[in-house]
Design a protein around this ligand. Structure first.
Ligand SMILES: Nc1ncnc2c1ncn2[C@@H]1O[C@H](COP(=O)(O)OP(=O)(O)OP(=O)(O)O)[C@@H](O)[C@H]1O
Ligand SMILES: [Mg+2]
Length: 252
């Protein structure tokens, strides 16, 4: 099977990107797939959620600078699951390199030598359409957009789709939108239900059938640097991410 590189993206903050990467990667690794996660957010939340001390680690930025080989920054997190960390160092690097020659292809080039070691590579993006996100979009085959059911989310998606089209026209013409997943969904809220219907009308089958409910176990799992499936496999959070993983496998 050819490696699939999947960027999880939304330029808005707190939309469940990191949580989605953490849980999908955990579930697929347990299913026996070889998985790599790449933290492209200088907040380093995914790195922390993998139970790593981000400040002390070499990161993808050291590879971009040519100071480390990609193999030197890959950390094994569990059986079948590797991780490439990030930390605050990337925010400076991103500012400096934004729009310099080849700036958006650094990640794509960096992962080329190790790509075939994995079935799936998930890239966690920061909440901004800048250096890191453009690098993720250049490197990716597919994107998953996560969003909360809120009124201004649709406008945000329109901006994001503009960037996707820009990348398609420029360099990565096959970049595919695998799907849009609603996260942190509060079922009791009438507005949120209406929003989900609106999203379906707007984007049709692109919207995943699985909805990730707002579930305290998910937040607890993040806090404890675990997947929600590991923390409580009977929780709604675990059920939802297991269902999403199934849908993702069908769409690949
Ligand atoms: N389904 C959920 N139910 C309850 N809490 C959740 C859920 N998903 C995520 N959270 C919590 O919401 C917060 C934001 O989630 P997360 O970090 O995954 O979003 P993000 O899009 O990666 O944010 P950022 O844009 O800052 O990187 C976290 O505190 C997380 O624990
Ligand atoms: Mg995040």
């Amino acid at each position: 099977m050819r490696t699939k590189v999947i960027a999880v993206i939304n330029q808005k903050g707190g939309e469940g990107k990191t949580t989605t990467v953490r849980n999908l990667s955990y579930i697929l690794a347990v299913k026996g797939k070889k998985v790599l996660t790449i933290d492209m957010d200088s907040q380093g939340n995914l790195t922390t959620n993998c139970d790593l001390l981000k400040r002390e680690l070499e990161t993808i930025v050291d590879v971009f600078k040519g100071e480390k080989e990609i193999n030197e920054v890959i950390i094994n997190v569990q059986k079948n699951l590797d991780h490439i960390p990030n930390n605050i160092k990337m925010s400076k690097f991103g500012l400096y390199h934004d729009k310099s020659a080849g700036w958006s292809e650094l990640l794509k080039e960096a992962i080329e030598p190790i790509k075939s070691n994995y079935d799936y590579i998930f890239i966690d993006c920061p909440p901004a359409l800048e250096f890191a996100t453009y690098n993720a979009l250049e490197a990716a085959d597919d994107i998953i957009i996560t969003l909360q059911a809120e009124e201004n989310s649709i406008e945000g998606i329109a901006d994001l789709l503009d960037s996707v089209n820009e990348i398609r026209e420029a360099t990565n013409e096959n970049l595919n939108i695998m799907g849009i997943v609603v996260t942190k969904f509060k079922k009791a809220t009438k507005l949120q239900n209406q929003f989900h219907d609106m999203l379906k009308n707007h984007f049709g089958d692109a919207v995943f059938n699985t909805i990730i409910r707002d579930n305290i176990k998910i937040a607890e799992a993040n806090y404890n640097h675990k997947s929600v499936v590991e923390l409580d496999k009977n929780s709604n959070g675990a059920k939802d991410y297991l269902a999403l993983a199934k849908e993702v496998l069908k769409r690949i």
